[in-house]
Design a protein around this ligand. Sequence first.
Ligand SMILES: *Cc1c(COP(=O)(O)O)cnc(C)c1O
Length: 303
Amino acid sequence: MINTTLLQRLSPEPILGVSMNRVSVLRLDMIGGDAPGNKAFKLKYNLAAARAQGLERVLSFGGPWSNHLHALAAQAAHEGVEAIGIVRGECPAKPSAMLLDAADWGMHLEFVSRADYRRRSDSRYLSHLSARFGPCLFVPEGGANVEGLNGCRDIAKLLPAVNHEQGAVVLPVGTGTTLAGIACGLTGNARLVGISVLKGAVGLEQAVRDAIAESAFADPGNWEILHDFHCGGYARVSPELRTFILEFQRIQKIPLDPVYTGKAFYAAWQLIGSGAWQEPLCLIHTGGLQGRRGFPWLAEQPD
Ligand SMILES: *Cc1c(COP(=O)(O)O)cnc(C)c1O
């Protein structure tokens, strides 16, 4: 079923000289409760797995602005599950708005050194954490596991069957779990294009193939990842990206975050502007808007 309110057509008014008139946006930022976006989808089956295993506690990892920990804190509170967030680095003198939200929702925050944080997938470190906190479901950083992939497959159900001739579906990529899930769920023969927000993410394609191989699905081979639109690297903002985001928001009245959605939408704008992309597009707005509060030049902008 096409969800017409979640799938919005952009206004044809040019943005910095380029019209994005054949572009629709799937507004995942509008669904998911207190922590909307793709992380709500990634966590859904993780929390279900905790319940199925009789575990009343979930534990995961992230940085001080992590969209993932933010969403985990919100969803765990909603479902009455205890949540522990292992946060990379010292407790900041002035905690981020993300950490304040997570603490408000009852997440226990534990700050660890970067050296300890690097051990987040090491089974000995995980047993040390369960000895400390009691039995818990471990969710990898970013919700990058098979439950996360299965949840993201449900995102594809919000899209109408898109065919090759009709264009491409575009989204930002961090770990690749969301792309992997949507690739497995797409109907029609749409092309899925991921925009890497990381610089030099060699191995990202392999990570996607591995994630799909671990799931119950066959790789439909309908996806690719573009690596030249990271704007300087993870969470880096170039002056051009900043200008684009502010103009896009002013004209389209859709807020973007600079870490993920801003980069994917900016990539699409550039590829439309250069003439490389002439077909209609569906951009997936994966959320992440809580992170805007870490960028003073954006935080002052009205939504
Ligand atoms: C985490 C995140 C992504 C990346 O998702 P992956 O599954 O790690 O590729 C994209 N957009 C937003 C807003 C995110 O928070």
